[in-house]
Design a protein around this ligand. Structure first.
Ligand code: GTP
Length: 603
């Protein structure tokens, strides 16, 4: 296929604006999948995506379309819409020359539309604006076009109007992509060079790399080399995704394809790395850099016999999710484990769900935290550390307050778009979360775009849920890193029958310590099942107890409702109970269900 007849593009949008549905229609229209198979969101193939109804991984499909008697190769990438998966959008855009910016004609431009539009503009990509869901009665395409003009300077006449659900106007989208998105700016008559922009693990073939070829040609059997690690590998197989894997003999500049070459893990297969033919010198192919994680949590095996299996599962998952960072960690109570970094709480939950569903691992996850920065005042500690600053995300390692001179916490710049009637309540929420308003602009007579600087720790857990519930689902939110600022912090410890539980301790803003303490002990009272001993739950800062609750003793006999009779039935129930107990952590003879550590943090 000549380069001038290739188009590489992504579909970007806010959550639920219809990207995956539009991708389905494009695949059907080009014959990549057949109509009426009853399959929806074909590119959302992960179990977690189907269960949650959201895209978490960008997916690629190479499709063919005949336009004005010429056959075109279109490499389409469907991206996630949620802010926690924006790393997937950034990495996808590295392999594109244009984007379809999809906007829901009922809900209009939302916070993630704005964020994704700017990501595309930063990379100088051509934007094809498309309004979706025009079949819905209360859709207001004119108003949404007006907002797009105001916010992005997009000419309303250039906006295509479609219904991805019904297929209306989808052909025009495909044709517009061919007309306005430029062919890849690549060179075929030079040494092979390609960008790795995705990878995943295959049981039989090891790491598979999705590559975008920028120069030359790659053939099966050739030896390639990584620019980052300098290691060389023989190319075992090459395929393209249509959207299902389909073997090919070679890949030429401008094409996107999958290669298997005996790479084993994320240390060898690096997203953003350049590959080239062995012993040739080339420059780096892309300027993609993964986003920095914002939320950290400890991940530990339920018992140390599962350590090796969990490590292997984490390695495979990280291969497929380059935004996650991994550091070895250990805890006196939980043994050897890891401290993982995520882009947000949803990202963390999805990662853990995938660990369980795709790799059968059921780890213990400790309370998520952001990274605080401490300036030390204790000369001995400064000497030991070799510096007077200390970054800390594990509350259990929080030093004695007498050795700390200053505390700093990370901030984000948040963008909120909301209908005007919810502004009062949203400002209230932001103030409660220690936010400072930076600006407020009317998008039109009915909607406002507000910018707030907020402490990251105040938004990672439930800010988004609260925002959605007070605005009946209409307000949207996105955020980006905004540096650190001076603050006042304390370490809040939770004791069960007098014993501190490392997994539950947290670093909190000093003004919030009492409120958080009350809320946590109250929550724990509901979350920890009654047991044979009475349980005292205390929340303390140093030796001061800020809140306390008690769980009365009770013995749950699962066989109590069986009146004598069948012994096998009895054994079965006791076995089930024993299995349930395995999923719990034991502290001072108190069993704590392992999901407690996260659920206790949700307000
Ligand atoms: P994320 O990837 O999670 O961000 O979602 P998405 O943008 O891929 O949205 P998706 O395609 O999953 O669609 C979200 C919902 O909108 C689904 O229930 C679709 O059936 C519905 N939907 C998509 N397009 C249309 C449309 O043109 N008309 C109507 N009425 N509903 C649509």
């Amino acid at each position: 296929m000549p380069v001038e007849r290739i188009r590489n593009f992504s579909i970007i949008a806010h959550v639920d604006h219809g990207k995956s549905t539009l991708a389905d229609r494009l695949l059907e229209l080009t014959g990549a999948i057949s109509k009426n198979t009853g399959q929806h969101q074909v590119l959302d193939s992960l179990q977690v995506e189907r269960e949650r109804g959201i895209t978490v991984k960008a997916q690629t499909a190479s499709i063919y379309y005949k336009y004005k008697d010429e056959l075109y190769l279109l490499n389409l990438i469907d991206t996630p819409g949620h802010v926690d998966f924006s790393n997937e959008v950034s990495r996808s855009l590295a392999a594109c020359d244009g984007v379809i910016l999809l906007v829901d004609a009922c809900h209009g431009v939302q916070a993630q539309t704005v964020a994704n539009y700017h990501l595309a503009k930063q990379r100088n990509l051509t934007v094809v604006p498309v309004l979706n869901k025009i079949d819905i009665k209360h859709a207001n395409p004119d108003k949404v076009c007006h907002d797009m003009q105001l916010l992005f300077g997009i000419d309303p006449d250039q906006v295509l109007k479609v219904s991805a659900k019904l297929g209306t106007g989808v052909t025009q989208v495909l044709e517009r992509v061919i007309e306005v998105i430029p062919a890849p700016r690549v060179e075929r008559n030079s040494a092979f060079r390609a960008l790795i922009f995705d990878s995943w693990f295959d049981k039989y073939r090891g790491a598979l790399n999705l590559i975008y070829v920028l120069n030359g040609k790659l053939e099966q059997g050739q030896d390639i080399q990584s620019l980052a690690t300098k290691k060389a590998y023989p190319v075992k197989s090459i395929s393209v995704l249509r959207p299902f894997e389909c073997g090919v003999a070679s890949l030429s500049a401008g094409q996107v394809g999958l290669i298997a070459c005996n790479m084993r893990n994320s240390k060898e297969s690096i997203i953003g790395d350049t590959i080239h033919l062995k012993n040739q010198s080339v420059s780096a192919a892309g300027s993609y850099r993964p986003q920095q994680p914002l939320v950290f949590a400890g991940v530990f095996p339920v018992d140390q016999s599962k350590h090796v299996a969990l490590r292997s599962a984490i390695e495979k998952m990280v291969l497929n999710d380059s935004a996650v960072t991994v550091k070895v960690d250990s805890s006196p109570a939980l043994g050897q484990g890891w401290r993982l970094g995520f882009l947000g709480l949803l990202h963390m939950e999805v990662f853990c769900q995938r660990l369980e569903q795709e790799h059968g691992a059921e780890p213990i996850i400790t309370a998520p935290s952001v990274t605080y920065r401490l300036v030390l005042g204790n000369p001995k500690m400064i000497r030991q550390q070799g510096t007077d600053t200390m970054d800390i995300s594990n509350a259990a390692l929080f030093p004695d307050p007498s050795s700390i001179r200053e505390y700093y916490e990370p901030l984000v710049m948040g963008t909120i778009i909301t209908p005007t009637e919810y502004v009062g309540q949203i400002i209230g929420l932001c103030v409660e979360r220690r936010g400072l308003q930076q600006s407020s602009v009317n998008i039109d007579e009915a909607r406002i775009l507000m910018k707030y600087v907020l402490p990251l720790s105040e938004i990672i857990l439930d800010f988004h849920d609260r925002l959605k519930s007070i605005s009946s689902g209409y307000a949207s939110f996105s955020y980006e890193d905004h540096g650190y600022h001076l603050t006042q912090l304390v370490r809040l410890d939770i004791h069960l029958n007098g014993k501190p539980v490392d997994e539950l301790c947290r670093i909190v803003h000093s003004s919030k310590a009492t409120g958080v303490a009350r809320q946590m002990v109250h929550k724990l009272k509901d979350l920890i099942p009654k047991q044979m001993v009475q349980i005292a739950i205390q929340a303390c800062v140093g030796s001061k107890v800020l809140a306390r609750e008690t769980i009365k003793a009770y013995r749950k006999d699962v066989t109590a409702k069986l009146y004598g009779g069948d012994v096998t039935r009895r054994m079965k129930l006791l076995k089930q109970q024993a299995e349930g107990k395995k999923k719990m952590r034991l502290f001072a003879n108190i069993r704590v269900p392992h999901e407690t550590f996260i659920n206790v943090l949700k307000r």
